[in-house]
Design a protein around this ligand. Sequence first.
Ligand code: FES
Length: 159
Amino acid sequence: MNIRIAERDIAERVRSIVADLRPLEGPLLPILHQVQGEFGYIPQEALPVIADELNLSRAEVHGVVTFYHDYRDHPAGRHVLKLCRAEACQSMGGDALAERVKQMLGIDFHQTTLDGSVTLEPVYCLGLCACAPAVMFDGEVHGRVDDELAGELVEEARR
Ligand code: FES
């Protein structure tokens, strides 16, 4: 019963977001952005509503959600740690950094620790290439991330 109410609430809220943003040219991305801003992720229940309202197939909407790395299909942890996976950061040890962070957290990209404290996500350039490797922790960027700083961020996230 509660789940049904939640689904209905999601559908209503998504319909309202679509109504607000439909006049924009190319409204799908702004709508998805707003839905994720509201719920913290793109609920499965939102897809058929958006598809229906925009006259798209559900597969088309799903394809866009999965194409863009910024969209999540599940709620994030209390903290979000994004590691830059683009070229400049890779050339400065980004791969090794990613492996160490994954080990410290015990998760892979697109996963959340079991205690719900941290979600780990890849990102493709944070505009901090001169200070590679770079990460973003809860919206704040950090450059020249070494093992020590990575360890501090992981510690902070787990508190
Ligand atoms: S490549 Fe990592 S910040 Fe640009």
